[in-house]
Design a protein around this ligand. Sequence first.
Ligand SMILES: Nc1ncnc2c1ncn2[C@@H]1O[C@H](COP(=O)(O)OS(=O)(=O)O)[C@@H](OP(=O)(O)O)[C@H]1O
Ligand SMILES: Nc1ncnc2c1ncn2[C@@H]1O[C@H](COP(=O)(O)OP(=O)(O)O)[C@@H](O)[C@H]1O
Length: 196
Amino acid sequence: MANIIKHKYHITRQDRNRQNKHGSLVLWFTGLSGSGKSTIASKLEEWLFKQGIRVYALDGDNIRSGLNKGLSFTREDRLENNRRIAEVAKLFMDAGMVTITAFISPLKEDREQAREIIGKNNFLEIYVNTPLEICEERDVKGFYEKARAGEIENFTGISAPYEAPESPDFEIRTEEESVEESVERLVKFLEQKMKL
Ligand SMILES: Nc1ncnc2c1ncn2[C@@H]1O[C@H](COP(=O)(O)OS(=O)(=O)O)[C@@H](OP(=O)(O)O)[C@H]1O
Ligand SMILES: Nc1ncnc2c1ncn2[C@@H]1O[C@H](COP(=O)(O)OP(=O)(O)O)[C@@H](O)[C@H]1O
């Protein structure tokens, strides 16, 4: 980096964690469109917030319509989308938040890049494993129908790939459990992973 000299600030993530009385990390949700990422992430955020935990969820609404406005769904832009999300998630984590991200992050390279930026000890991969047929049946936004009709190109699962995580830290099968059950399991998992 040319002519950039970092100023050393003195309040550390550990100082913030101590003040908050809980740790901070990133819960990185991945899954197809309509798999349930936003629904579960939002309920988890609500649950943690009500417990007094500092939590923030990054989702399409606050990223693709703001910071990442202008990025498309080509491979190159998705990788860049996920890179910026990971950098933002890292800042939130450093600020002491339990940080939740809910993006498709379709390829292993998207998630590996995020893990590298955030740091492997702070990164939990949460795979919302809902079969394509079910996502398509739900078709929450009507995008699958459009993608099948060729009206949306590079649509994940239809005309662009999704690589399922091989060994996620946590897996959710939404055809087998309710949102409430997933959140309950996630909270127990988090309690084991960090001091909440
Ligand atoms: N071509 C294509 N493929 C997949 N998804 C599409 C596409 N075009 C628009 N959308 C809508 O954008 C949401 C996915 O954006 P993400 O930022 O999560 O995607 S990615 O991680 O960069 O792959 C996704 O939202 P979710 O349904 O919340 O996953 C879609 O509603
Ligand atoms: N067990 C479940 N967990 C999560 N979502 C579910 C479940 N069962 C049905 N759904 C529905 O599936 C849809 C998932 O949509 P959404 O959360 O927007 O997915 P994504 O963010 O992955 O695109 C919602 O309409 C939700 O109500």
